[in-house]
Write a protein that binds this ligand. Structure first.
Ligand code: HDE
Length: 706
């Protein structure tokens, strides 16, 4: 017996191996069953043994001659492509955009996608965080990318937006500095996926144009509960151009059908540990279960007169046009109904480019947009390795396309025949179309060549203030708490003070809350402003998440904590009620194998208590038996389950047996109307009706110091 056989008993792979070698009838190309495809090299050569490299003897050196081994390892070595320089961590899904029957944009735009009411256009959407690397976590406090590729009949239209309608900077030339400042600091390589560090706040404090965006990213918008519960924005002003070559300015908005919802910061921190893939799992689960997320496309349309009369420059991407001033008009819906077959091929390789616009949609002079139109093509060439990234199926148009582009790395489509140019005398090949071709809006431009920011871009505080005063009280508190938290991680006192000096130009109460939270001994002077006074704009309720909440539990998730001996009737009623709300539930049990109810039925656990903390749920029901509760009080994870659900202002359903757990979690003396006893069907109805409020924010002052 050889040494190998002694030390390496036959495993399954080797047995399979031998079956392969023996084969039916002895041929290599057939396995024992006769229907399993043969493993081959990339060159198509059938493989004899994929478990052992070629050696001299069974314990000898490996041979360079082993081309199969070398090919396998070489390919593996090259599996990674550069991650996106920003928005590296993302998650995509397929779906469609459907124009509404009721209203058509055809009067304003000749874009083919808007011509036929009720028509469906295939779509691919990628959601992302901005600052973190590809392997970072989902609940970073960050902007979310909301990039939409629409495969229209006249070419791909990419609306590469965010979940926040404004941006940090006004001119694309500042982008590399902004991104360097927010990403991990270059000497130490941390912190990643976090803006809470000196470099970021140093840059911000020296960049007053970022103040409006700072209000948004310090608000709950930056910690969304789900991609499904966030808005999307095209951010820039674009143009629609009709068949008469008339232009109308447009801002694009995606409104989630299930309403807006975010999580609490303390919850976000814990979700990142409990499930770093929280957002992608949520999207996967929803789509796989047939609960297809949906957004409405709404447009704000305006002309040059409106633009001239508006308080701010419509080319300035740090400004919004409040919805109360210019109500958005619904024009269609986006539905995501299919996950990619392969994450890398689709989500990783999808190449969004702001310059992908079909005839009928055009750019404005927004200097951020103009810069982006260069950056996105450039970055795809670097990332995807050459000019033929449009040959990758996820990036290829789905309409007919013809041109004479040829060759280059990885060319998958090559011209056939003799003619690869035009004009030609052979009468072969595509030609331009004066009727259908993309015609830029012929705006009259003149002026000196200068590097200068327009005076009309100079008010950096008024809309920041408008955003702040448009929030409900709990939301305002979250902004102050977020700023305090972030600045508490900044080690350089002068940077902290400089940020507070800007806050003084936004709202005094906000500035003093943050100053107090940081323990500043003296209040700094307000920052010098390019425009000395801030305008007091009317609040815009549309800016508040709480004001725009869904008022229903649809699409949300209830966590039900059970032990052996649970009351099967109440649990059944609760489960039915949740399903009737089009929501989902998960069962959390001491062991994942499940628990037996009072009537002997077994319910399997979706999570064991350690794996299913309450931060993963929108609300919880705690329904143990008295014996089960007695065991749970000794379990720190069970106590955290209760304490966190309460601290995060969630609605809690419970039975009498849960009370000792409340005692142990330290909340027994604070129970409020958000903690609801579930002893029969009527109680269950009361509980499910309350769930639509999502959070009991009035509890917050009792559970949080600031
Ligand atoms: Fe991007 N941005 N960006 N950005 N951006 C990229 O392109 C850039 C900006 C946005 O899921 C990069 O393919 C510049 C605003 C999204 O694949 C890069 C400027 C908005 C995504 C790039 C901006 C966005 C990107 C990196 C300043 C909201 C992810 C990888 C002028 C309207 C798309 C890539 C996806 C990605 C450049 C500012 C949204 C480097 C120069 C404003 C959603 O090209």
């Amino acid at each position: 017996m050889s040494k190998t056989n002694k030390s390496n008993p036959k495993n399954e792979a080797t047995i399979h191996d031998q079956k392969l070698r023996r084969g039916a009838g002895g041929e290599l190309h057939q396995d024992a069953a006769g229907d399993t495809p043969i493993l081959t090299t990339a060159q198509g050569g059938p493989i004899l043994d994929d478990q052992n490299s070629l050696k001299i003897g069974d314990r000898g050196p490996t041979l360079l001659e082993d081309f199969h081994f070398r090919e396998k390892i070489f390919h593996f070595d090259h599996e990674r492509i550069p991650e996106r320089v920003v928005h590296a961590r993302g998650y995509g899904a397929h779906g469609y955009f459907e124009t509404y029957d009721t209203l058509s944009l055809a009067e304003y735009s000749r874009a083919d996608i808007f011509q036929r009411p009720g028509e469906k256009t295939p779509a691919f959407v990628r959601f992302s965080t901005v600052a973190g690397n590809k392997g970072s976590f989902d609940l970073a406090r960050d902007v979310r990318g909301f990039a939409v590729k629409l495969y229209t009949q006249e070419g791909n239209w990419d609306l590469v937006g965010n979940n926040i309608p404004v941006f940090f900077i006004q001119d694309a030339i500042r982008f590399p500095d902004m991104v360097h400042a927010v990403k991990q600091e270059p000497d130490r390589g941390f912190p990643q996926a976090q803006s809470a560090h000196d470099n970021f706040w140093d840059f911000i404090s020296l960049t007053p144009e970022s103040m409006h965006m700072i209000m948004w990213v310090m608000s709950d918008r930056a910690i969304p509960r789900s991609f499904r519960f966030m808005e999307g924005f095209g951010v820039h002003t674009f143009r629609l151009v009709n068949t008469n070559d008339e232009s109308t300015f447009v801002k694009f908005h995606w409104k989630p059908k299930l309403g807006l919802q975010s999580v609490a910061w303390n919850e976000a921190v814990k979700i990142n540990g409990a499930d770093p893939d929280f957002h992608r799992r949520d999207l996967w689960d929803a789509i796989q279960s047939g609960a297809f997320p949906e957004w409405e496309l709404q447009v704000q349309l305006f002309d040059q007169d409106f633009a001239d009369a508006f308080d701010f420059d419509i080319l300035d991407a740090t400004k919004i046009i409040p919805e109360e001033i210019l109500p958005p008009i619904p024009v269609g819906r986006l539905v995501l109904d299919r996950m990619p077959d392969n994450f890398f091929a689709e989500t990783e390789q999808v190449a969004f480019m702001t310059q992908n616009v079909p005839p009928g949609i055009d750019f404005s002079n927004d200097p951020l947009l103009q810069g982006r139109n260069f950056s996105y093509l450039d970055t795809q060439i670097k990332r995807l390795g050459g000019p033929n990234f449009t040959h990758i199926p996820i990036n290829a148009p789905k309409c007919p396309f013809n041109n004479f582009q040829q060759d280059g790395h990885m060319a998958m489509r090559n011209p056939t025949g003799r003619v690869n140019y035009q004009p030609n005398s052979w009468g072969v090949g595509p030609r331009e179309s004066p009727e259908r071709g993309f015609r830029s809006f012929a705006d009259g431009e003149s002026g000196q060549k200068i590097r200068l920011r327009a005076e009309s871009f100079a008010d950096h505080y008024s809309q920041a203030r408008q955003f702040f005063i448009s929030q409900t009280l709990p939301e305002q508190k979250h902004i102050a708490a977020a700023l305090t938290f972030e600045l508490s991680k900044v080690k350089t006192p002068v940077i902290r003070e400089r940020v507070v000096s800007h806050l003084l130009n936004i709202d005094d109460s906000l500035a003093s809350k943050v100053a107090q939270g940081l323990g500043l001994e003296t209040m700094p002077q307000a920052a010098d402003a390019a425009i000395p006074t801030r305008q007091d704009l009317d609040p815009s309720p549309a800016l508040s998440i709480v004001e725009r909440g869904p008022r229903r539990f649809e699409g949300r998730k209830l966590g039900i904590l059970l032990t052996d001996g649970f009351d099967a009737a109440v649990v059944k009623e609760l489960q039915d009620a949740i399903v009737a709300e089009k929501a989902v539930f998960e069962i959390i049990t001491p062991v994942v194998g499940g628990v037996r109810g009072s009537d002997g039925t077994l319910i399997k656990g979706d999570q064991m208590i350690d794996g299913g903390p309450s931060v993963l749920y929108d609300a919880v029901a705690i329904l143990p038996s008295p014996e089960g509760a007695a065991a749970l009080v000794k379990e720190s994870t069970a106590r955290d389950f209760v304490a966190d659900a309460f601290a995060h202002c969630k609605f809690i359903g419970h039975n009498d047996a849960a009370l000792p757990l409340f005692e142990k979690a330290g909340i027994a003396g604070d129970l409020d109307e958000g903690v609801i006893l579930l002893s029969d069907g009527k109680d269950v109805a009361t509980f499910t009706a309350a769930l639509g409020k999502l959070r009991l924010w009035s509890r917050e002052p009792n559970v949080k110091m600031k």
